[in-house]
Design a protein. Structure first.
Length: 201
């Protein structure tokens, strides 16, 4: 009798372990295809709302030809990234298609402004920021805007947990570019560069 009870207990433990593992694997699979809605905040001491958000990833084809409302380009030599940027009101300014300029951003010609750009990091056609994690302090990010190359030197790289908000900590006395993407399933990566020089082409 004692052996029978022991065998039943052992079988229950195995079944419980199998059910738990199946649940965890299912949750991990679901998380891989999910982009939470994120509201970006800009801050030195106080928070300022920047009203926009990521959308869920859509596996759509992304064409690289020039489209209307082309505002400029972003070029990051370290990760061989060159993409067009589009006007805030353009339907091409969409994180599911291109690198998105977040509403509340300042254009590069604005004194002490901050251009905030968001991109997906996955292996979909829209995963333009998939190699952002390879950047290091001192690397360059170039934004071409109105015939001027604005060269930013990366000064801050940090990550935050996905809580629904991303805090951007920067020196508001400097002109900045901020790049944001997901990092794994539970974090956001934030890369901040300050203007090094501006070259008229």
């Amino acid at each position: 009798m004692r052996r029978y009870v022991k065998n039943i207990g052992f079988i229950l433990i195995i079944l419980g372990h199998y059910c738990f593992c199946s649940y965890v694997l299912n949750e991990v699979h679901n998380m891989k295809n999910y982009e939470p809605k994120i509201v970006y905040r800009e801050s030195k001491d106080n928070f300022e709302d920047v009203k926009d958000s990521f959308k869920e990833v859509k596996k759509t084809e992304v064409k690289t030809d020039i489209k209307p409302n082309n505002l400029g380009t972003i070029y990051i030599p370290k990760i061989s990234l060159r993409r067009n940027l589009y006007d805030l009101n353009s339907k091409e300014n969409d994180v599911d298609k291109n690198i998105q300029i977040i509403k509340g951003s300042s254009m590069p010609d604005v004194s002490k402004g901050n251009l905030i750009l968001a991109g997906h990091n996955g292996n979909t056609a829209a995963g333009h920021f998939r190699y952002l994690y390879k950047l290091s302090l001192g690397d360059l990010v170039t934004i071409n805007y109105k015939g001027v190359d604005y060269n930013y030197k990366i000064a801050k790289i940090y990550d935050v947990f996905k809580t629904g908000n991303v805090a951007i900590y920067r020196d508001k006395d400097k002109k900045a570019v901020t790049l944001i993407t997901c990092l794994g399933n539970d974090k956001q990566l934030v890369v901040i560069g300050y203007l090094k020089d501006a070259v008229t082409l």
